[in-house]
Design a binder for this molecule. Structure first.
Ligand code: ZN
Length: 532
């Protein structure tokens, strides 16, 4: 028996230890059992880990519900090969056979199958027991049967979608009906990517199943609905928020996955540079005043705010938050979800919170004058107020408050600091390479034409996007006496920008260029996030 490529690669990539590799290699030769079966039965790896590994190698995962089974593929592949190579043919296109295998890295088996069948083989990974069941069922040997009833279908499909979405760290799953079929897309690191297409007849089952999970009304199909559910994961609970809307082709669903990621619990790991962490900590030391976080939707404002709250959370202070809705539960903090249906909005609940003897108040978002006024007044009267504003930069936050009718002197009095941020794609380390600037880009970014920048070429590890993970781009404005004076004199944006360069962290664009030259992100991401 030749040495096993799969075991070697698993060991090289840290999925199993060298001693586990030797043990499995030994039992494989002694018992003649399949290598993935041994890995799973001896507890060296879980199914999820094995799938993660194959995904990272660029090998697709087979699911009989999703890819289906084409009888012509079974007909053109002798049962003898199926059991010899532990492989099941599920589709055939021209000269190509699509095969589900328990070890799709067994190139020797693939070569043999290509030679014997005179077809090109595309190998997918499938659980060893699933491959065995399919072989038994379709090639006869005492069929164990893998029949899936109509009731089970949507359950299995949803399970598989959620499992894969988590594997990819997707933030959203979109289930979108169109004329021909149902398209499923994942948002990964801020980008929507098509995952698969499913037959249209499955849509009503899928939507009903989702509505049951989300505690929604399954009979109501003509109105938009919201719901949520929780599932236990390996690393704690994951919250899912559901939203459905009626489109002309049927109901479309979006499932948001809310991970409680440990790495975002600490200010040190949020993405601020070391020198800027101290600036932020300095702001959080103020006993009163307002600290605002700004940026467009999806720029990570809520994560930053909950990180600030964790930093402030102590036994001797009373922290109350009002959020839309509460996403991350923080032990020791009094968190309230707003409920527009019950008329419990930001402005409505705040007067009650003030009677709760708070030291720190976190307001999910300032959207209107009434909320802005209460926030500013609370900040002036001895509370530390944290909130977000939907503006593109720090100076925009001051302009917005002023547009809402808040007097400049009150703003100058209340605001301690403003952080503005974006999330930009981080270049995949595995396929990073140098790139050139066009003369226009160099001019726009204020860089010399020969400056070295980078991009990702695209590889299996980043699903051919060139990006893996995200980085934070930011600017911090601490309102010292100089800025407060400027504010009183109704100064121009330009004067503010200069002040930000002198006293603050530099502008968002300065931070973007710093990250560009450090090889963290690309010109395209800077354009997308910072140039408008
Ligand atoms: Zn890559």
């Amino acid at each position: 028996m030749s040495e096993c490529r799969l075991l070697k690669l698993l060991a090289c990539n840290g999925y199993i230890t060298d001693s586990q590799m030797e043990v499995i290699e030994g039992s494989r030769e002694r018992e003649g059992r399949h290598v993935t079966e041994l890995l799973l039965s001896q507890g060296c790896l879980t199914h999820d880990k094995l799938e993660e590994f194959f995904s990272s190698m660029g090998i697709p995962i087979y699911d009989s519900i999703i890819q289906g089974i084409k009888t012509e593929a079974v007909a053109s592949f002798p049962g003898e090969y199926a059991s010899r190579y532990h492989a099941f043919p599920f589709a055939k296109e021209g000269n190509r056979l699509f095969i589900a295998m328990a070890d799709p890295l067994d190139y020797e088996a693939i070569d043999n199958m290509e030679f014997s069948t005179k077809h090109v083989i595309s190998a997918f990974y499938a659980k060893p027991e699933d491959v065995q069941l399919l072989i038994n069922k379709h090639y006869g040997n005492n069929a164990a049967g893998v029949d899936v009833s109509e009731d089970d279908l949507p359950v299995r499909l949803l399970d598989s979608l959620i499992r894969t979405a988590r594997l990819y760290n997707a933030s959203d799953i979109h289930i979108e009906p169109n004329e021909e079929d149902v398209r499923v897309r994942f948002r990964i690191d801020g980008r929507l990517q098509e995952h698969q297409r499913s037959p249209s007849h499955l849509l009503p089952f899928l939507i009903s199943r989702l509505k049951i999970m989300g505690g929604m009304d399954i009979s109501e199909k003509r109105l938009p609905q919201d719901g949520h559910f929780k599932l236990n994961g390996q690393n704690g609970k994951i919250d899912f928020r559901l939203s459905t809307i009626p489109t002309i082709h049927g109901e479309k669903a979006v499932i948001r996955l809310i991970y409680d990621k440990e790495e975002f619990h600490s200010l040190d790991r949020l993405g601020f540079l070391p020198e800027d962490i101290n600036k932020v900590r300095g702001l959080l030391l103020s006993p009163n005043g307002a600290i605002l976080v700004t940026g467009p939707a999806g720029s990570g404002k809520t994560t930053t705010l909950s990180c600030f709250i964790r930093e402030l959370n102590r036994n001797d202070i009373n922290i109350v938050t009002v959020e839309d809705p509460v996403e991350n539960i923080i032990p020791g903090v009094n968190q309230i979800s707003i409920n527009e249906k019950a008329n419990l909005n930001f402005a409505g609940i705040l007067p009650y919170i003030l009677r709760q003897d708070p030291d720190v108040i976190m307001i999910g978002e300032i959207r209107d004058e009434k909320t802005a006024r209460i926030a500013i007044r609370s900040a002036i009267t001895g509370h530390l107020v944290l909130s977000t504003l939907h503006t593109s930069d720090t100076i925009g936050a001051i302009v917005r408050l002023s547009d809402m009718g808040i007097e400049k002197y009150l703003i100058a009095d209340a605001i301690k600091g403003i952080v503005s941020q974006r999330l930009a794609g981080k270049i995949c380390d595995n396929c990073k390479e140098e790139a050139r600037l066009t003369p226009q880009e160099a001019g726009r970014l204020g860089l010399p034409q020969d400056a070295v920048v980078y991009h990702g070429r695209g590889c299996p590890q980043c699903y051919h996007t060139g990006y893996k993970g995200r980085i934070m781009l930011y600017e911090i404005l601490a309102l010292g006496p100089e800025l407060k004076e400027l504010l009183d004199e109704k100064s121009s944006r330009k004067e503010f920008m200069e002040c930000l360069r002198r006293a603050g962290s530099g502008t968002l664009m300065d931070n973007g260029v710093k990250n560009l030259l450090a090889g963290n992100t690309t010109v395209a991401e800077i354009y997308k996030n910072l140039i408008y």
